[in-house]
Design a protein around this ligand. Structure first.
Ligand code: SF4
Length: 277
């Protein structure tokens, strides 16, 4: 791995052992993303991965596999990585990783269940939106139907995952519609947590170009706040599900468990709205 490359990981994993599995992004085409621009995609050789694992503390209880989409390395390679973690870090109870809807398509429910049994216990998946038109506009490379099929497969495999959604991603005037569609999508599967991010327009991305030529008009802060409010209102999980807007991009930092904290979360947003004027 390039020693100057930025390592990205969810904030919930910041205190855990990070093991690089891939470098760069195998897709690298999402219109809003600038994370791996100019970084060639590469699978880290197994020997290098093992060296990193060997130097981990024996009593490590949790590992996060870094890279945009470690599951892109395929079932056999992932099984070997998990085997090395189990061999060298025998007290590790949870291996977590990012995963894309696209790479999950290549795994059967049985394969995912086998990876779960080998130690993979949590995935962070960028679903981003429940609207096909938005996914297409952002060149996300998956549809809502494909996302729902992968979520159902993970639920069958009992492999837990966190759902990442981006508000503001539908642009001006479409936030309510996006919130309703994203909530309707999430309501159809079991997810451990919904993590929201606020759309940022990064220089040099295709989204930046769309903003410059007027094709995409960003929603203002008032509309974005209304989108979070609508999302919480429409979310109706069958089992308790965490809701978390504390990622640094967010305009408001709240968290709780749905459905029981719904009223409190809504109140906190309304109070924030009043403060914004
Ligand atoms: S959002 Fe994820 S999948 Fe899309 S280009 Fe960025 S790192 Fe790759």
């Amino acid at each position: 791995m390039n020693s100057h490359e930025t390592i990205y990981y969810p904030q919930d994993e910041m205190n855990h052992v990070l093991i690089p599995v891939t470098s760069g992004c195998p897709y690298n085409r999402c219109a809003f993303c600038s994370m791996y621009k100019g970084v060639p995609y590469r699978q880290i050789p197994l020997g290098e991965i093992e060296n990193q694992i060997i130097y981990g503390d024996l009593y490590t209880e949790r590992v996060f596999l870094t890279g945009a989409d470690p599951l892109a390395i395929g079932f056999d390679a992932m099984k070997r990585v998990l085997g090395l973690i189990r061999k060298h870090l025998p007290y590790c109870a949870c291996v977590a990783s990012y995963a894309s809807v696209r790479s999950l398509v290549g795994y059967s429910a049985e394969a995912l269940s086998e990876l779960h049994d080998a130690g993979l216990r949590l995935l962070y998946i960028g679903f981003e939106s429940g609207l096909d038109s938005v996914l297409k506009e952002m060149n996300k490379g998956h549809t809502v139907a494909t996302a729902l099929a992968q979520a159902a497969k993970l639920n069958r495999a009992r492999l837990q995952f966190n759902t990442i959604l981006i508000y503001g991603i539908a642009g001006q005037g479409r936030s309510e519609e996006n919130a309703a569609a994203s909530a309707a999508m999430v309501n159809r599967f079991e997810t451990r947590k919904v993590i929201t991010m606020n759309l940022k327009v990064f220089d040099g991305t295709p989204l930046d170009e769309s903003v410059r030529c007027g094709k995409f008009i960003p929603a203002d802060n008032g509309e974005r706040l209304a989108e979070i409010l609508a999302l919480i209102t429409y979310l109706d999980p069958a089992r308790p599900m965490a809701f978390d807007t504390t990622h640094p991009t967010n305009m408001i930092k709240i968290r709780g468990t749905l459905p029981q904290d719904k009223d409190r979360l809504i109140r906190e947003i309304q109070q924030h709205r009043k403060r914004m004027g």
